[in-house]
Design a binder for this molecule. Sequence first.
Ligand code: C2O
Ligand code: CU
Ligand code: CU
Length: 488
Amino acid sequence: CLAAPFFPLLARAQGAVDSTMDHAAMGHAMPAAPAAGASPRPPGGAPLAAWPTLGARGELRAAPGLLHWGGGLNTPSWGYNGAALGPLLEWRAGEAVDMTLVNALPEASNIHWHGLEVPASEDGHPRDAVEAGQRRAYRFTVPEVDGLFWYHPHPHGRTAFQVAMGLAGPIRVRGGRSPLPADGIDERVLMITDQRLLADGRIAPHSDADWMDGREGDLLLVNGQYQPVLSVRAGGWLRLRLINACAARYLHLSLPGHLWRQIGADGGWLEQVQAPVKQLLLVPGERADVLVALDGAPGSRAVLQSLPYVRGKMVSAEQSRPEPILSVHYQRTAAQARPPLPRRLADIAPLPAPAVRREVVLSETMSMEGGKHQMAFLINDRRYDDMNRADFTGKVGEVEEWTVHNRSDMDHPFHLHGAAFQVQWRQASAQHPRAPETLRAWRDVVNLKPDESLALRFVQRQPGDRLFHCHILEHEDQGMMATLRVVG
Ligand code: C2O
Ligand code: CU
Ligand code: CU
C-alpha cells in the first residue's frame, strides 16, 4: 500500500502548495517508519546540492566513507573523493586528461569512462585492475564530442558490488558551440541511482533474487540525495542531463503537468528537438538530454517520479512501483520569458553499409550448482570467464553491423565500449516485421525486450579489446559480457 508517510514529497506536492506547512506536519525531521523489509527512509526535502567538480587533471580517491543522511541515519559506503558517488568531471573536447585513481578500497578496482572513445589501455578493462593500496594514472585526449558520460568501476565480477557501494560519477564534455539560446535555460546534471539499506543503515547485501533480476533499491536517489528539492523560476526551460546509474532499475520518468522534449542521447545532440512526450524511459547506463518547459505557476510544485516498468516476464511489477525522485518547487518570483528553440541542433551522418556483419544472442539458462538454482547469463552461448578471450575480431575503421537478439525472458540493456552506435532497425519478435529506426542518434546503450532483435552500426577507430555487455550489472558480472578484439 502506498501510504502517505512513505511518500512525503508526493503527499506534500499533491496536498498543498503552501510552503509554510510542510516540515513539522509531514515529519520531515524524522525518517518515516519503513514497511517490513523496506529501507529506513532518510529525511529528504533538502535543496538539491550543486555538484563538486573536477577538471581534466586530478585525483579520484576511491575510499570507504560514512554517508550522513540526517535524522541519525548513517551508511558506510564507498565513494570517489567523498562518502558516495564522485565529483562531476567537467572536460572539454580535445583536452588532455590525466586522472589518477588512488585505490584506498579493500579490494582491486579500476575506472571505466562509460561512453567515451578512449584508448583501450585507459578504459578500465577488468584485466587492468588497480590493486588495493595502489594508484594509476589514466591518460587520454577527450574525444570530439559534446555530451554527458559517466565513470564507474569495472573490475572482473565485482562491478555490481562496487557500484552498489556508491562508486560512480558523471562526466560533462563540452565541445563546439551549443545550439541552444544562452539565456533562459537552467541546466542540471541528474545522476539517478537506487539504494537499499538495512535497518541499521548499512547497504543491504545482494540477495539471490538480485543475482537474477538485477538489484533494485527502494530508495531512489538523485545525485546521492534522497528526495531533494529543485527550486526553479517559472517561465524558462529546465535542461536536465539525466544518467541512469542504477544497476538494474529502468527509470520511467514523469513530471506531472510537464512534458519532455529530448534534445540529446548517450553520445550527444540529436538532430532536432523531439516532439514533447509525457514519459521518458531511461534504461541502466543510458543518458538523455531533455528540455522541460517551466509552465508551473509561481509557488506551485511538481514531483519527478519513476513509473512502473515491467522488465520482461520474470521480473515482477512490484519491483518497480512508482517512486518519487525529486520535488520541483517554483519560486514565487514572476515568470521569465522563454527563449525559442532552434530548428536544428546538430547533423548526424548515417553510417555507410557495413564491411562486417555479426550476430549477437543474449540468453540465460538455469542450472543446478551445489543443490542451488544458479542463473547463467550468456552471449552467444558463452559466459565471460576469460578476460583474454576474443569473441570477435574486427578491424580499425571498418563499419560493423551487429544484429542483437534477446532470447531470454527479461529485458537487457545492451552496451558497447569504444564506439557509439546507430540503431538501424528493430523487430519486436521473429513474427513481426523489421521497423526502421527513425530517430538517428549516437548511443552506447540500447534496450532489448524479450524476443526483440535490432541492428546497430558502429566503427571502432582505435585498436584493443572492447567489451560489450548487458548493463544490468549483475548480469554483466555473471557472464553476459564478451570481447570484440579490434586490430589495427
Ligand atoms: Cu558502463 Cu562496461 O560499462
Ligand atoms: Cu561502458
Ligand atoms: Cu541483462
